[in-house]
Design a binder for this molecule. Structure first.
Ligand code: NAD
Length: 261
């Protein structure tokens, strides 16, 4: 359970959080519920209901594969049916599946990275727009990455560069509908062991070595010379989602200990 820091900050708001079964998405969804929002937790993990049960406040779960248009659309429809509309979408699904130099990627592995880290945000934004417009406006927060400049995960870097482009360009398109589109770009983030691994096939000894090089590069590129925590990622995401950020749109906020990505 994640405690409210600003009690009532999201009172009366409906928030959809994707990737809510673990990691950053879980922390964001639990804190949003504790701060007064009605929250739809969306994920494809079969244990999602256990996480929803931890929420203090109004919460429901919806299982969907957000790498598909149908999944994204069904999730937004479910939120609107369950809670009467949508005010905020927080697109968290993503994450590098494999760490390896570009030359070592197979073509199907490249496609899988783009499907995981670009398409859920693109489909999610597209699917939520009519729901936000129906409320007279709203907010989309995308979770990008400082890996737009980093080693051993170039396809993922490209996907997150795409997320930044969606954020900047869509913000221009929909400003007139009172919709803000913003993003955070997390740096390396400490997390408890993942219940769902990024790479279901497991990591080879080479991949573990390349991962160690990534950790060294990420830590070295930061000014603070350390990884962040999940709570340090959830806090700026929820700030950007809140009305406190009403004059911020089209921005990608680095949350990476000083690494601008
Ligand atoms: N953890 C980090 O160090 C870090 C650093 C930079 C950026 N990020 C970004 O932050 C976000 C969250 O990272 P995390 O480490 O908390 O993630 P994670 O891998 O721990 O969890 C991702 C969640 O998304 C769900 N998911 C994956 N594919 C899905 C799909 N197709 N449909 C529905 N649900 C799906 C998983 O089931 C899981 O619950 C990602 O976008 C990631 O790229 C993370």
């Amino acid at each position: 359970m994640t405690a409210a820091v600003f009690a009532g900050r999201f009172a009366g708001k409906v928030i959809v959080v994707t990737g809510a079964a673990q990691g950053i998405g879980r922390a964001v969804a639990l804190r949003a519920a504790a701060e007064g929002a009605s929250v739809l937790f969306v994920d494809r993990a079969d244990f999602l209901a256990e996480v929803v049960a931890e929420a203090q406040g109004d919460a429901a779960g919806f299982i969907a594969d957000l790498e598909t248009w149908a999944g994204a659309n069904a999730a937004m429809r479910n939120a609107a049916d369950t809670f009467g509309g949508i005010d905020i979408l927080i697109n968290v699904v993503g994450g590098a599946i494999r760490m390896r130099p570009l030359a070592e990627f197979e073509p199907d592995q490249i496609d899988a990275e783009i499907r995981r880290s670009l398409m859920p945000t693109l489909y999610g934004c597209h699917a939520v727009l009519p729901h936000l417009a129906a409320r007279g406006g709203g907010t989309i927060v995308n979770v990008s990455s400082n890996a737009t400049r980093g080693i051993h995960r170039v396809p993922y870097s490209a996907a997150k560069g795409g997320v930044n482009a969606i954020t900047r360009s869509l913000a221009m398109e929909v400003a007139g509908q009172n919709i803000r589109v913003v993003a955070t770009a997390p740096g390396g983030t400490e997390a408890p062991p993942r219940r769902i691994p990024r790479n279901a096939a497991g990591d080879s000894p080479d991949e573990r070595q390349w991962m160690a090089q990534v950790v060294e590069q990420v830590t070295g590129s930061s000014v603070l010379k350390r990884y962040g925590t999940i709570d340090e990622q959830a806090a700026p995401i929820l700030f950007l989602a809140s009305d406190e950020a009403s004059y911020i749109t089209g921005s990608v906020l680095s949350v990476a200990g000083g690494d601008e990505g």
